[in-house]
Design a protein around this ligand. Structure first.
Ligand code: PLP
Length: 396
Protein backbone atom coordinates (compact mmCIF):
# COMPACT_ATOMS: atom_id res chain seq x y z
CA UNK A 1 0.00 0.00 0.00
CA UNK A 2 1.23 3.51 -0.81
CA UNK A 3 1.93 5.79 2.09
CA UNK A 4 0.09 8.66 0.43
CA UNK A 5 -3.47 8.68 -0.86
CA UNK A 6 -3.40 9.27 -4.58
CA UNK A 7 -5.39 12.16 -6.02
CA UNK A 8 -7.54 9.92 -8.21
CA UNK A 9 -8.70 12.30 -10.89
CA UNK A 10 -10.13 9.91 -13.46
CA UNK A 11 -13.77 10.26 -14.55
CA UNK A 12 -14.87 7.32 -12.42
CA UNK A 13 -14.53 5.26 -10.47
CA UNK A 14 -14.08 8.20 -8.15
CA UNK A 15 -12.32 8.09 -4.81
CA UNK A 16 -14.54 7.13 -1.91
CA UNK A 17 -15.29 9.33 1.12
CA UNK A 18 -14.13 7.61 4.34
CA UNK A 19 -17.64 6.78 5.52
CA UNK A 20 -18.48 5.25 2.12
CA UNK A 21 -15.40 3.05 2.33
CA UNK A 22 -16.45 1.91 5.77
CA UNK A 23 -19.95 1.22 4.53
CA UNK A 24 -18.52 -1.14 1.92
CA UNK A 25 -16.74 -3.11 4.61
CA UNK A 26 -19.94 -3.83 6.56
CA UNK A 27 -21.08 -7.32 7.45
CA UNK A 28 -23.59 -8.77 5.00
CA UNK A 29 -27.29 -8.68 5.82
CA UNK A 30 -30.28 -10.64 4.61
CA UNK A 31 -31.12 -9.08 1.27
CA UNK A 32 -34.65 -10.39 1.66
CA UNK A 33 -35.14 -8.75 5.05
CA UNK A 34 -36.55 -5.44 6.34
CA UNK A 35 -33.16 -3.74 6.74
CA UNK A 36 -32.48 -4.15 3.04
CA UNK A 37 -35.99 -3.01 2.13
CA UNK A 38 -35.51 0.20 4.12
CA UNK A 39 -32.15 0.82 2.50
CA UNK A 40 -33.50 0.26 -1.02
CA UNK A 41 -36.34 2.66 -0.28
CA UNK A 42 -33.87 5.31 0.94
CA UNK A 43 -31.75 4.92 -2.19
CA UNK A 44 -34.59 5.07 -4.70
CA UNK A 45 -36.28 7.97 -2.90
CA UNK A 46 -32.97 9.81 -2.45
CA UNK A 47 -32.17 9.53 -6.16
CA UNK A 48 -35.50 10.70 -7.52
CA UNK A 49 -34.79 14.44 -7.21
CA UNK A 50 -31.51 13.96 -9.10
CA UNK A 51 -33.33 12.17 -11.91
CA UNK A 52 -36.02 14.83 -11.75
CA UNK A 53 -38.75 12.23 -11.93
CA UNK A 54 -41.71 10.96 -10.01
CA UNK A 55 -41.57 7.75 -12.03
CA UNK A 56 -40.13 4.43 -10.88
CA UNK A 57 -36.38 3.79 -10.75
CA UNK A 58 -34.76 0.37 -10.98
CA UNK A 59 -31.45 -0.52 -9.35
CA UNK A 60 -29.55 -3.26 -11.16
CA UNK A 61 -26.29 -4.90 -10.10
CA UNK A 62 -24.27 -4.25 -13.21
CA UNK A 63 -21.77 -1.81 -14.69
CA UNK A 64 -23.10 1.26 -16.47
CA UNK A 65 -22.92 -0.62 -19.76
CA UNK A 66 -25.40 -3.14 -18.39
CA UNK A 67 -27.66 -0.18 -17.63
CA UNK A 68 -27.42 0.97 -21.25
CA UNK A 69 -28.19 -2.55 -22.38
CA UNK A 70 -31.23 -2.60 -20.08
CA UNK A 71 -32.45 0.66 -21.62
CA UNK A 72 -32.31 -0.90 -25.08
CA UNK A 73 -33.62 -4.43 -24.50
CA UNK A 74 -36.53 -3.34 -22.33
CA UNK A 75 -38.02 -0.78 -24.68
CA UNK A 76 -37.20 -2.01 -28.18
CA UNK A 77 -37.89 -4.90 -30.53
CA UNK A 78 -35.61 -6.36 -33.21
CA UNK A 79 -36.10 -4.40 -36.44
CA UNK A 80 -37.10 -1.19 -34.64
CA UNK A 81 -35.58 1.85 -36.25
CA UNK A 82 -33.31 3.73 -33.89
CA UNK A 83 -31.54 7.07 -34.36
CA UNK A 84 -28.30 7.03 -32.38
CA UNK A 85 -26.68 10.40 -31.86
CA UNK A 86 -23.06 9.75 -30.99
CA UNK A 87 -20.63 12.41 -29.84
CA UNK A 88 -17.92 9.99 -28.68
CA UNK A 89 -16.93 6.52 -27.51
CA UNK A 90 -19.92 6.02 -25.20
CA UNK A 91 -22.40 7.17 -27.83
CA UNK A 92 -20.80 4.60 -30.13
CA UNK A 93 -21.27 1.96 -27.45
CA UNK A 94 -24.97 2.77 -27.00
CA UNK A 95 -25.49 2.41 -30.77
CA UNK A 96 -23.51 -0.84 -30.82
CA UNK A 97 -25.72 -2.39 -28.14
CA UNK A 98 -28.88 -1.47 -30.06
CA UNK A 99 -27.40 -2.99 -33.23
CA UNK A 100 -26.31 -6.15 -31.42
CA UNK A 101 -29.92 -6.79 -30.39
CA UNK A 102 -31.22 -6.35 -33.91
CA UNK A 103 -32.35 -2.71 -33.99
CA UNK A 104 -32.10 -0.98 -37.35
CA UNK A 105 -29.70 1.77 -36.27
CA UNK A 106 -29.09 5.03 -38.13
CA UNK A 107 -26.18 6.88 -36.62
CA UNK A 108 -25.37 10.57 -36.49
CA UNK A 109 -21.64 10.85 -35.86
CA UNK A 110 -20.82 14.23 -34.39
CA UNK A 111 -17.21 15.37 -34.53
CA UNK A 112 -15.54 14.39 -31.27
CA UNK A 113 -15.20 17.40 -28.98
CA UNK A 114 -18.50 18.88 -30.18
CA UNK A 115 -21.99 18.56 -28.75
CA UNK A 116 -24.94 17.38 -30.80
CA UNK A 117 -26.56 20.26 -32.64
CA UNK A 118 -30.35 20.39 -32.25
CA UNK A 119 -30.57 21.66 -35.86
CA UNK A 120 -28.80 18.53 -37.12
CA UNK A 121 -31.17 16.34 -35.14
CA UNK A 122 -34.07 18.34 -36.58
CA UNK A 123 -32.85 17.64 -40.10
CA UNK A 124 -32.48 13.94 -39.36
CA UNK A 125 -36.01 13.68 -37.98
CA UNK A 126 -37.73 15.96 -40.47
CA UNK A 127 -39.99 13.91 -42.66
CA UNK A 128 -39.04 10.69 -40.90
CA UNK A 129 -41.25 9.88 -37.96
CA UNK A 130 -40.51 6.17 -38.11
CA UNK A 131 -37.91 6.03 -35.36
CA UNK A 132 -38.90 4.05 -32.30
CA UNK A 133 -36.15 5.64 -30.21
CA UNK A 134 -33.46 8.29 -30.21
CA UNK A 135 -30.31 7.51 -28.23
CA UNK A 136 -28.51 10.43 -26.59
CA UNK A 137 -25.49 10.77 -24.33
CA UNK A 138 -25.86 13.39 -21.64
CA UNK A 139 -22.24 13.62 -20.61
CA UNK A 140 -19.74 12.10 -23.06
CA UNK A 141 -16.90 11.05 -20.80
CA UNK A 142 -14.52 10.26 -23.66
CA UNK A 143 -14.48 13.84 -24.96
CA UNK A 144 -15.52 15.93 -21.94
CA UNK A 145 -18.63 17.26 -23.67
CA UNK A 146 -22.07 17.71 -22.17
CA UNK A 147 -25.01 17.61 -24.57
CA UNK A 148 -27.91 20.10 -24.32
CA UNK A 149 -30.47 17.41 -23.50
CA UNK A 150 -33.49 19.73 -23.03
CA UNK A 151 -32.96 21.29 -26.47
CA UNK A 152 -32.39 17.92 -28.14
CA UNK A 153 -35.40 16.36 -26.44
CA UNK A 154 -37.55 19.33 -27.50
CA UNK A 155 -36.68 18.65 -31.15
CA UNK A 156 -37.75 15.03 -30.80
CA UNK A 157 -41.03 16.04 -29.15
CA UNK A 158 -41.68 18.53 -31.88
CA UNK A 159 -41.00 16.28 -34.89
CA UNK A 160 -41.48 12.76 -33.58
CA UNK A 161 -43.59 12.84 -30.42
CA UNK A 162 -44.06 9.07 -30.41
CA UNK A 163 -40.31 8.41 -30.41
CA UNK A 164 -38.76 7.32 -27.14
CA UNK A 165 -35.76 9.26 -25.83
CA UNK A 166 -33.15 7.09 -24.13
CA UNK A 167 -30.34 8.92 -22.35
CA UNK A 168 -26.97 7.72 -21.08
CA UNK A 169 -26.23 9.90 -18.08
CA UNK A 170 -23.83 7.44 -16.47
CA UNK A 171 -21.28 10.17 -15.77
CA UNK A 172 -23.61 13.16 -15.46
CA UNK A 173 -26.55 12.36 -13.23
CA UNK A 174 -26.15 13.37 -9.60
CA UNK A 175 -23.43 15.89 -10.46
CA UNK A 176 -25.44 18.28 -12.61
CA UNK A 177 -29.14 19.12 -12.69
CA UNK A 178 -31.34 16.76 -14.69
CA UNK A 179 -35.10 17.09 -15.14
CA UNK A 180 -36.27 13.88 -16.71
CA UNK A 181 -40.01 14.58 -16.39
CA UNK A 182 -39.85 18.25 -17.35
CA UNK A 183 -37.61 17.54 -20.35
CA UNK A 184 -39.73 14.59 -21.45
CA UNK A 185 -36.96 12.00 -21.37
CA UNK A 186 -38.10 8.36 -21.34
CA UNK A 187 -35.17 6.39 -19.95
CA UNK A 188 -32.13 7.65 -18.02
CA UNK A 189 -29.21 5.52 -16.88
CA UNK A 190 -26.57 6.28 -14.26
CA UNK A 191 -23.80 4.31 -12.53
CA UNK A 192 -22.74 3.99 -8.88
CA UNK A 193 -19.05 4.75 -9.48
CA UNK A 194 -19.59 8.26 -10.81
CA UNK A 195 -21.48 11.06 -9.04
CA UNK A 196 -22.75 8.70 -6.34
CA UNK A 197 -19.29 8.33 -4.77
CA UNK A 198 -19.49 4.54 -4.51
CA UNK A 199 -17.64 1.60 -6.04
CA UNK A 200 -18.65 0.30 -9.48
CA UNK A 201 -21.36 -2.33 -9.57
CA UNK A 202 -24.79 -0.69 -9.64
CA UNK A 203 -26.72 0.95 -12.45
CA UNK A 204 -29.83 2.97 -11.70
CA UNK A 205 -32.42 3.41 -14.42
CA UNK A 206 -35.53 5.53 -14.44
CA UNK A 207 -38.26 5.03 -17.02
CA UNK A 208 -41.19 7.29 -17.89
CA UNK A 209 -44.75 5.92 -17.74
CA UNK A 210 -44.76 5.44 -21.51
CA UNK A 211 -41.40 3.65 -21.37
CA UNK A 212 -42.81 1.29 -18.73
CA UNK A 213 -45.75 0.70 -21.08
CA UNK A 214 -43.40 0.08 -24.00
CA UNK A 215 -41.77 -2.71 -22.00
CA UNK A 216 -44.97 -4.74 -22.22
CA UNK A 217 -44.70 -5.07 -25.99
CA UNK A 218 -40.92 -4.81 -26.57
CA UNK A 219 -39.56 -8.18 -27.70
CA UNK A 220 -35.79 -7.96 -27.39
CA UNK A 221 -34.61 -10.88 -25.24
CA UNK A 222 -34.04 -10.18 -21.56
CA UNK A 223 -34.03 -11.99 -18.27
CA UNK A 224 -31.41 -10.60 -15.88
CA UNK A 225 -31.95 -7.05 -17.14
CA UNK A 226 -35.75 -7.20 -17.30
CA UNK A 227 -36.76 -3.95 -15.63
CA UNK A 228 -40.27 -5.21 -14.97
CA UNK A 229 -38.82 -7.91 -12.70
CA UNK A 230 -36.84 -5.21 -10.89
CA UNK A 231 -39.82 -2.94 -10.46
CA UNK A 232 -41.97 -5.74 -9.14
CA UNK A 233 -39.28 -6.89 -6.74
CA UNK A 234 -38.50 -3.32 -5.61
CA UNK A 235 -42.17 -2.87 -4.69
CA UNK A 236 -41.61 -5.70 -2.21
CA UNK A 237 -38.39 -4.11 -0.91
CA UNK A 238 -36.10 -6.49 -2.77
CA UNK A 239 -34.16 -7.04 -5.97
CA UNK A 240 -34.97 -9.99 -8.24
CA UNK A 241 -31.42 -11.34 -8.03
CA UNK A 242 -28.83 -11.13 -5.25
CA UNK A 243 -27.64 -7.50 -5.28
CA UNK A 244 -24.04 -6.25 -5.07
CA UNK A 245 -24.72 -5.65 -1.40
CA UNK A 246 -21.43 -3.97 -0.49
CA UNK A 247 -22.01 -1.42 -3.22
CA UNK A 248 -25.61 -0.94 -2.12
CA UNK A 249 -24.30 -0.06 1.37
CA UNK A 250 -21.97 2.45 -0.25
CA UNK A 251 -24.58 4.09 -2.47
CA UNK A 252 -26.85 4.40 0.55
CA UNK A 253 -24.09 6.24 2.39
CA UNK A 254 -23.17 8.29 -0.68
CA UNK A 255 -26.74 9.53 -0.99
CA UNK A 256 -26.84 10.28 2.74
CA UNK A 257 -23.77 12.50 2.26
CA UNK A 258 -25.27 14.16 -0.82
CA UNK A 259 -28.54 14.82 0.98
CA UNK A 260 -26.68 16.34 3.93
CA UNK A 261 -24.74 18.58 1.53
CA UNK A 262 -27.84 19.50 -0.46
CA UNK A 263 -28.30 19.04 -4.20
CA UNK A 264 -27.71 22.72 -4.97
CA UNK A 265 -24.38 22.63 -3.16
CA UNK A 266 -23.41 19.38 -4.88
CA UNK A 267 -24.08 20.99 -8.26
CA UNK A 268 -22.24 24.20 -7.29
CA UNK A 269 -19.23 22.18 -6.10
CA UNK A 270 -19.06 20.39 -9.45
CA UNK A 271 -19.37 23.65 -11.32
CA UNK A 272 -16.60 25.27 -9.28
CA UNK A 273 -14.29 22.29 -9.70
CA UNK A 274 -14.92 22.19 -13.44
CA UNK A 275 -14.31 25.92 -13.82
CA UNK A 276 -11.12 25.64 -11.76
CA UNK A 277 -9.87 22.69 -13.82
CA UNK A 278 -10.48 24.46 -17.12
CA UNK A 279 -8.87 27.72 -15.97
CA UNK A 280 -5.87 25.98 -14.43
CA UNK A 281 -5.18 23.82 -17.47
CA UNK A 282 -5.57 26.83 -19.77
CA UNK A 283 -3.14 28.83 -17.62
CA UNK A 284 -0.67 25.99 -18.09
CA UNK A 285 -0.83 26.59 -21.83
CA UNK A 286 -2.91 23.52 -22.61
CA UNK A 287 -5.68 23.57 -25.18
CA UNK A 288 -9.00 22.21 -23.96
CA UNK A 289 -10.54 19.59 -26.24
CA UNK A 290 -14.26 20.25 -25.78
CA UNK A 291 -16.25 23.03 -27.38
CA UNK A 292 -16.23 25.55 -24.49
CA UNK A 293 -19.97 26.14 -24.89
CA UNK A 294 -20.57 22.52 -23.98
CA UNK A 295 -17.72 21.71 -21.63
CA UNK A 296 -18.57 18.93 -19.20
CA UNK A 297 -18.92 19.72 -15.53
CA UNK A 298 -17.62 16.29 -14.54
CA UNK A 299 -14.57 15.74 -16.74
CA UNK A 300 -12.16 18.02 -18.60
CA UNK A 301 -10.37 16.74 -21.69
CA UNK A 302 -7.10 18.39 -22.65
CA UNK A 303 -5.10 18.14 -25.85
CA UNK A 304 -1.61 16.65 -25.42
CA UNK A 305 0.52 19.37 -27.02
CA UNK A 306 3.02 18.62 -29.77
CA UNK A 307 6.42 18.03 -28.28
CA UNK A 308 5.17 16.87 -24.88
CA UNK A 309 6.16 13.29 -24.15
CA UNK A 310 2.84 12.25 -22.55
CA UNK A 311 4.20 8.99 -21.13
CA UNK A 312 7.09 10.69 -19.36
CA UNK A 313 4.88 13.58 -18.22
CA UNK A 314 2.23 11.23 -16.90
CA UNK A 315 4.94 9.23 -15.12
CA UNK A 316 5.94 12.40 -13.31
CA UNK A 317 2.30 13.12 -12.38
CA UNK A 318 1.92 9.59 -11.04
CA UNK A 319 5.10 9.89 -8.99
CA UNK A 320 3.41 12.87 -7.38
CA UNK A 321 0.25 10.84 -6.76
CA UNK A 322 -1.88 12.55 -9.39
CA UNK A 323 -3.78 9.95 -11.41
CA UNK A 324 -5.31 11.20 -14.66
CA UNK A 325 -7.00 9.30 -17.48
CA UNK A 326 -5.63 9.13 -21.00
CA UNK A 327 -7.69 9.30 -24.18
CA UNK A 328 -10.06 6.55 -25.31
CA UNK A 329 -10.35 4.95 -28.74
CA UNK A 330 -9.15 7.26 -31.47
CA UNK A 331 -8.12 9.85 -28.87
CA UNK A 332 -5.55 7.54 -27.26
CA UNK A 333 -2.31 9.48 -26.89
CA UNK A 334 -4.01 12.65 -28.14
CA UNK A 335 -5.79 13.90 -25.02
CA UNK A 336 -5.70 13.40 -21.29
CA UNK A 337 -8.74 13.72 -19.04
CA UNK A 338 -9.12 15.07 -15.55
CA UNK A 339 -12.17 13.87 -13.65
CA UNK A 340 -14.01 16.13 -11.24
CA UNK A 341 -17.11 14.27 -10.22
CA UNK A 342 -18.60 12.60 -7.21
CA UNK A 343 -16.20 12.73 -4.32
CA UNK A 344 -14.27 15.79 -5.47
CA UNK A 345 -13.28 18.92 -3.58
CA UNK A 346 -11.92 22.19 -4.84
CA UNK A 347 -8.81 21.54 -2.78
CA UNK A 348 -8.20 18.33 -4.73
CA UNK A 349 -8.46 20.24 -8.00
CA UNK A 350 -6.06 22.91 -6.72
CA UNK A 351 -3.71 20.11 -5.64
CA UNK A 352 -3.93 18.59 -9.11
CA UNK A 353 -3.14 21.99 -10.66
CA UNK A 354 -0.13 22.36 -8.42
CA UNK A 355 1.21 18.95 -9.48
CA UNK A 356 0.52 19.69 -13.15
CA UNK A 357 2.32 23.00 -12.76
CA UNK A 358 5.34 21.51 -11.04
CA UNK A 359 5.57 18.65 -13.53
CA UNK A 360 5.19 21.06 -16.45
CA UNK A 361 8.16 23.05 -15.17
CA UNK A 362 10.17 19.84 -14.79
CA UNK A 363 9.23 18.95 -18.37
CA UNK A 364 10.73 22.25 -19.54
CA UNK A 365 7.44 23.97 -20.31
CA UNK A 366 7.29 27.72 -19.90
CA UNK A 367 5.12 27.89 -16.79
CA UNK A 368 5.26 30.38 -13.98
CA UNK A 369 5.02 28.74 -10.52
CA UNK A 370 1.60 29.38 -9.02
CA UNK A 371 -0.06 30.47 -12.24
CA UNK A 372 -2.36 27.46 -12.68
CA UNK A 373 -3.34 27.37 -9.01
CA UNK A 374 -4.08 31.11 -9.07
CA UNK A 375 -6.15 30.89 -12.24
CA UNK A 376 -8.07 27.91 -10.85
CA UNK A 377 -8.81 29.77 -7.62
CA UNK A 378 -10.05 32.85 -9.47
CA UNK A 379 -12.33 30.72 -11.65
CA UNK A 380 -13.71 28.87 -8.63
CA UNK A 381 -14.38 32.13 -6.82
CA UNK A 382 -16.12 33.49 -9.89
CA UNK A 383 -18.29 30.41 -10.11
CA UNK A 384 -19.39 31.18 -6.53
CA UNK A 385 -20.12 34.77 -7.59
CA UNK A 386 -17.14 36.16 -5.69
CA UNK A 387 -14.78 38.58 -7.41
CA UNK A 388 -11.13 37.82 -6.75
CA UNK A 389 -8.81 40.68 -5.67
CA UNK A 390 -7.40 42.46 -8.71
CA UNK A 391 -3.88 41.06 -8.31
CA UNK A 392 -5.09 37.46 -8.25
CA UNK A 393 -4.70 35.33 -11.32
CA UNK A 394 -1.99 37.55 -12.72
CA UNK A 395 0.47 34.79 -11.92
CA UNK A 396 2.48 37.20 -9.85
N1 PLP B 1 -21.51 5.82 -20.45
C1 PLP B 1 -20.71 6.78 -20.02
C2 PLP B 1 -20.99 8.19 -20.40
C3 PLP B 1 -19.60 6.47 -19.22
O1 PLP B 1 -18.80 7.43 -18.78
C4 PLP B 1 -19.35 5.12 -18.89
C5 PLP B 1 -18.17 4.76 -18.09
O2 PLP B 1 -17.23 5.50 -17.99
C6 PLP B 1 -20.24 4.15 -19.37
C7 PLP B 1 -21.31 4.54 -20.14
C8 PLP B 1 -20.03 2.72 -19.09
O3 PLP B 1 -20.03 2.44 -17.73
P1 PLP B 1 -19.29 1.15 -17.20
O4 PLP B 1 -17.84 1.34 -17.47
O5 PLP B 1 -19.66 1.12 -15.75
O6 PLP B 1 -19.85 -0.01 -17.95
Amino acid sequence: MDRFEPNLRIPGPTGLPPSVREAGARQMINHRGPEFAAMLERILTGMKPYFGTSSDIAMISTAGTGGLEAAIVNTLSPGDRVLAVSIGAFGDRFAKIARAYGADVTKIDVEWGQAADPAVLRDALRGDVGYRAVLLTHNETSTGVMNPIPELAAVVHDLAPETLILVDSVSGLGAVPFEMDAWGVDVVVTGSQKAWMAAPGLAMIAASPRAWTAMETATMPRVYLDLRAHRESHAAGQTPWTPALAVVFQVDEGIRLMTAEGAEHVFARHEACAAAARAGLTALGFELFADPRHASRTVTATVVPDGLDWKAFNGELKRRSLILAGGQGKLTGKIFRLGHLGSVTLEEILGAMSVLEFSSILAGRDVRPGSAVAAAQVAALESFGIAAPAAAGAGA
